[in-house]
Design a protein around this ligand. Sequence first.
Ligand code: GLY
Ligand code: MN
Ligand code: MN
Length: 462
Amino acid sequence: MSSKENQIAAAGQRRENLLKALQNHAININSGGNPMAVIYTAPSYIRNNDVEHEYRPGSDMMYLTAFPEPSSILVLRPSASDGEKAILFVRPKDPERELWDGFRHGPQGATETFNIDAAFDIAEFPKKLGELMKGHTSLWAKWGEFPNQDAQLLACYHQTRLRTRKSGIYPSVLGELSEVLHEQRQIKDEVEVAAMRQAGLISGNAFANVMAATKPGLNEADIAAHMEYQFKRGGAQRSGYGAIVAGGSNACVLHYVSNNQPLKDGDLLLVDAGGEVDMYTADITRTWPVNGKFSPAQKDLYEIVLAAQEASIAATVPGKSIKVVHEASRSVLAQGLIDLGVLKCSLAEALGEEGDEPAKIPLHKYFMHGTSHWIGSDVHDVGRYFDGSVPRLFKPGMAITVEPGLYIPTNDESVSADLRGIGIRIEDDILVTASGNEVLTKTAPKTVAEVEAAVGSNPLDA
Ligand code: GLY
Ligand code: MN
Ligand code: MN
């Protein structure tokens, strides 16, 4: 099967799973047991005047249908007696618009190619939705994300309620679909894992090639452009998020976006970037010396971050949690900074107590972000982090980033001058497996020896 056929087949299985889960959830919360769900794809946005931003379909829509066109809406009815459990509303065929903007599947193409039970012209949505709602006891959607979509859905809901309140059943419970859909998305299926492996492989290779291209005199913008080129040349469709390309002390700005400063001999370069393959992104950070050789101070800090990351990756196994992974990094980073003389206190003091204000935790001055987030179709992927107050435990099929860092402020006179202004982060993407974990991004050079061998081996023209 082609990759597209795999995605369509996987989407069909995911719809089946969601239909069952939604039915059970609707029964569990006593909402009458006859739910329906409405899923909108991502809207397209105007960039300026009549020019649109590059379109990227919504993650939920692609997960459930693999249907990539804008302005599409999916309706799911787990207990549909007419057999139409999955209905798509799509743009109609239109030779004139297709001449200007490209191919449209139209309703017939949507049913035939994407194995959807029924499909209609998007213009029919408001009227049809009213009819479809009758008899359902609850209506599920992702509320609040896109106000225009909420408004359309609620107007339709209101009309249906007015029409049916005297006789008949209308959805008297409005439910949050993320509670069911995003729980499902947190455990990746085989097709998702294959895309994530490919995104990790391509993106890791891109990092190796961009390290090879690096030399003093280039600009952060050269590196950003080359990274994008390497992703696409490797087979990624796009970047999964805006890259951070930060030379020298710009690395201490956690979400640095300017990406336009010269790269200096003697400085480090931090790059946080990932390519997206079939809707799944990698999220990698590496930090390397612009001239190919770590200074002693840079190397000292780098080795601490690397040891922290390795300890955290080792903790990314079934039954552990993001909190355990974070604490593993925190301990290694804090001990490393104590050994270097940056923190002048005990390990326990450096780590602080649970619930302390950040300003009271000595380590927080140098490591102020979390170690991990879920990763998948969205770089900061969906799904809960806690079950009640308990950190969610890892199960096979979950995927996280592991990304400890150290950032020494340029004006920190409490540390030796050669450490000031250094920012280092190392980030990989980790899939939890039954036997432990799989690092998806291991083609990106990481040890000091690997990085030094890679940098400058095939430099770009300045
Ligand atoms: N690239 C964003 C992050 O690492 O969370
Ligand atoms: Mn990142
Ligand atoms: Mn990340």
